[in-house]
Design a protein around this ligand. Structure first.
Ligand SMILES: [Zn+2]
Length: 317
């Protein structure tokens, strides 16, 4: 009897291990989020200005991660979709610059696809405009919150869904957008030259500045009115952080390009702060535990939305 119970216990332990190991591997990890942000927002990346050698390094980093997770390339050339971006606000010699979207696909052989996006460009050393520091030209704008935080979330969601051993009922398309800071150019370009039919998109999740959670206001989830299905999708969501929803489909980031094409959207955003568009938007100011909690919340929303049939779209303004 004693032997039986011991071997039974071992069997149970093994079963539990087998059941939890792949799951825990797939969990959203704070240390991964931190690693991505510290790399993308380091001084060597010189603020990831559109057209710079450093924004190309950021693109290579994202592409390498997509490859590591086994995502299929779904740009126009491999993972890349190139386009021209014009620097409008300031007169510079090289005002037309090449930029790229980086696009990876998790193919679950499903008819419809959920798009997850975040922009990876920022203001460089302030020469392309938009700096809020009056002496900012020539200084590195690291853009840890704007938007290394969103890219870290994009990468962790891509890693999670490609390693969770589940075949979901929807495909997932992960897009790191270029040239957002010059006027949402990358996301506009994608929605004008989509690499999957736009009518097959279930909804689009955008992350832009999700690293500076403010417990007083809570996380903003914008776009809640763009489908009648979001209230049902949010039922039973468990969140470690405070959040509020707002109905608008349009706003200052890349989800707007998808909303304009009749696609339901949600935009996750932790709000403005004194370092916004300044050289001081640094990696050590990110609230990493809250960032992880935001990703965990997004994961649940994505999972719930996969239980829905194709969602309807609503204009909000
Ligand atoms: Zn910005």
């Amino acid at each position: 009897m004693k032997y039986l119970s011991i071997s039974y216990k071992i069997a149970c332990t093994l079963l539990v291990l087998c059941a939890t190991v792949p799951l825990s591997f797939a969990q959203i990890k704070q240390q991964n989020l931190k690693k991505h942000i510290y790399f993308l927002a380091s001084d060597q990346m010189k603020g990831r200005g559109t057209g710079s050698a450093e924004v190309k390094k950021a693109a290579n980093y994202i592409e390498k991660e997509f490859k590591k997770y086994g995502l299929s390339p779904l740009g126009e050339v491999g993972y890349r979709q190139s386009f021209e971006a014009r620097v409008r606000k300031v007169v510079v010699k090289d005002s037309i610059r090449t930029a790229e979207n980086i696009i990876g696909f998790l193919d679950n052989k499903a008819p419809y696809t959920i798009v997850v996006g975040a922009h990876y460009d920022h203001l460089g050393e302030g020469h392309q405009g938009s700096s809020r520091d009056s002496l900012g030209v020539g200084k590195i704008h690291n853009g840890a919150d704007d938007n290394a935080s969103g890219v870290s979330g994009l990468l962790e969601l891509a890693r999670h869904y490609s390693s969770n051993k589940e075949i979901e009922k929807y495909n997932l398309l992960f897009i790191a957008f270029g040239a957002e800071e010059l006027g949402l150019i990358g996301s506009k370009y994608f929605t004008e030259h989509p690499t999957i039919p736009l009518e097959n998109i279930q909804w689009m999740l955008n992350m832009d500045m999700i690293g500076r959670y403010n417990p007083e206001n809570g996380l903003a989830i914008i776009g809640y009115g763009t489908s009648s299905k979001f209230p049902e999708i949010f039922e039973g969501i468990q969140s470690e952080i405070k959040f509020y929803t707002s109905r608008d489909g349009s706003g200052g980031s890349d989800q707007t390009s998808f909303y304009k094409k009749n696609i339901p959207v949600l935009f996750f955003h932790t709000g403005g702060h004194p370092d916004y568009h300044k050289p001081s938007d640094d990696a050590d100011k990110i609230d990493y535990p809250s960032l992880r909690a935001i990703l965990e919340l997004e994961r649940q929303i994505i999972d719930h939305s996969m239980k829905q049939p194709k969602m309807d779209f609503q204009w909000t303004n």
